[in-house]
Design a protein around this ligand. Structure first.
Ligand SMILES: CC(C)(COP(=O)(O)OP(=O)(O)OC[C@H]1O[C@@H](n2cnc3c(N)ncnc32)[C@H](O)[C@@H]1OP(=O)(O)O)[C@@H](O)C(=O)NCCC(=O)NCCS
Length: 437
């Protein structure tokens, strides 16, 4: 494939994701280490790009190394208990300075409209404010955390107003109490609380290291929140760089955030690769299994057509109009992955004859060869049993052997029950196969 072909194909492949993500709310967390890194401006350009694609963005930044550095300059040590900073008066002064400086630097990068950056011609408004209401953590196990606080609530209405006005919201890990006090908060907790309160579509945590199996170092691609909890329970010696994001991810999913992505921030363009390519590059935590096989709904028709039209052009599937699919939508089952339809099957029953026809079996080409076709077929067989069908037919031009390997035998058009004969089009000259359910 030459360069222009690969560009065109890349752009086309990304477009379903652009449509899927538009008007969705994403909360993105990154630590103070990311802000200090040389390549931080690449991330900032990607944030701006997401904003320009119509994604409602809340950015939450950390400041741990910046606070440590300030304390170090004062010849003071950072004090922690249970991985949380004990913020005394001097540490609090460092927190305020670090938060202010980091915020101004991020805002400056987001305002950079230079012609030779990906943000050329874009206009982006950044808003920060008192969106986080906090309370003191207090004294725990005899340890007084002083100015370290915890989130009490998020001013959701104020955040929503800013997002509705297409502003990008930037939040520092500080919280304010109604009595006017300021508290130092964990940035991960702030991001989690905002994602939960906003019912965000995604929480994205840019992490310092990739999530991987400790024994084999194989990357962890996806987990349900239950599996993440089990993983944390089984591997007690994991580094904090893994346990903090995994815990935040699991908590958010359990509180209603649909998807949490843990992305290694050292990978250039990691956000774009994760959000606009088929398989992504990070770890996805979701409350439900990542791929769902379910009955199709009318809202799936756009995705279904996108999947089957190319196969119709190749002659692998018979032509179906939108109206026909709409009328028969109750016969369709779809495999949904991260909001996209990647597989489908139809079971057209003739309940009187106790027979059915399997049709429109398709798996998106990027996902073939991993038993998804088999899964769809098994599901259709279960539905057939539920409907008390005893015999299944299939009409196939190019996939007969796939079905023969699954126990189908040759049949003729006359064997089709009357109620299903109209599905056979002699001009397609499909092979007719049948199998007992
Ligand atoms: C047929 C199809 C649904 C299988 O999806 P899948 O997720 O790859 O299926 P599975 O992973 O369960 O099965 C893969 C196996 O089927 C085989 N296979 C794929 N297409 C085949 C075909 N046309 N004929 C025979 N075998 C085929 C693969 O080689 C693989 O076998 P292998 O592992 O021994 O090499 C998919 O290839 C597809 O969408 N094809 C285009 C649409 C189509 O032809 N639909 C059938 C209409 S009747």
């Amino acid at each position: 494939m030459n360069l222009s072909n690969s560009f065109v194909s890349w752009f086309r492949n990304s477009s379903p994701y652009i449509n899927t993500h538009r008007n969705k709310t994403f909360v993105i967390f990154f630590g103070g280490e990311a802000v200090l890194a040389d390549d931080f401006e690449h991330h900032v350009h990607d944030f701006a790009l997401l904003n320009s694609l119509g994604i409602r963005l809340v950015l939450v930044h950390g400041i741990r190394p910046q606070i440590d550095e300030r304390l170090h300059k004062l010849d003071l040590n950072s004090r922690f208990h249970n991985n949380l900073r004990i913020t005394d008066d001097i540490a609090m002064q460092c927190v305020k300075e670090a938060a202010g400086t980091a915020r101004v630097e991020i805002e400056a990068l987001l305002s950079m409209g230079l012609a030779n950056t990906p943000m050329a011609s874009s206009q982006l408004n950044v808003v920060s404010g008192n969106f986080v209401i906090a309370k003191p953590l207090g004294v725990i196990d005899g340890v007084d955390y002083i100015h370290t606080g915890q989130v009490r609530r998020i001013d959701v209405e104020a955040l929503q107003q800013q997002l509705a006005a297409k502003n990008l919201v930037l939040v520092s890990p500080l919280g304010y109490s109604p009595s006017g006090e300021v508290f130092n908060l964990s940035a991960e907790q702030v991001a989690t609380a905002i994602a939960i309160s906003l019912k965000a579509d995604k929480l994205i945590l840019l992490t310092e290291q990739a999530m991987q199996q400790p024994d084999t170092e194989t990357p962890i691609r996806q987990m349900t929140s239950e599996e993440a909890d089990e993983f944390l329970h089984q591997h007690t010696g994991l580094p904090l760089l893994m346990t903090l994001p995994l815990t935040a991810a699991s908590q958010s999913c359990q509180a209603g955030v649909k998807r949490v992505h843990l992305l290694n921030r050292h990978i250039d363009g990691v956000l774009l690769q994760e959000l606009f390519s088929h398989d992504g590059v990070g770890t996805l935590i979701s409350s439900k299994p990542f791929e769902i096989l379910r009955q199709a709904a009318l809202t799936d028709i756009g995705g279904l057509l996108e999947l089957i039209k190319p196969l119709e052009h190749q002659g692998k599937l018979a032509h179906r109009s939108r109206e026909k699919i709409e009328m028969e939508i109750a016969d369709y089952y779809v495999l949904e992955r991260d909001g996209l339809i990647i597989g489908c099957i139809a079971l057209h029953p003739d309940l009187q004859a106790h027979c059915g026809v399997i049709a429109c079996l398709a798996v998106h080409q990027d996902y073939q060869g991993a038993a998804r076709g088999q899964r769809l077929f098994d599901y259709a067989c279960q539905q057939a049993k539920r409907q008390r069908l005893t015999k299944l037919f299939v009409l196939s031009t190019q996939t007969a052997h796939w079905f023969i390997e699954r126990g189908f035998l040759p049949a003729a058009a006359k064997d089709l029950p009357d109620g299903l004969k109209s599905l056979y089009h002699s001009e397609r000259n499909s092979k007719i196969l049948y199998r007992d359910v």
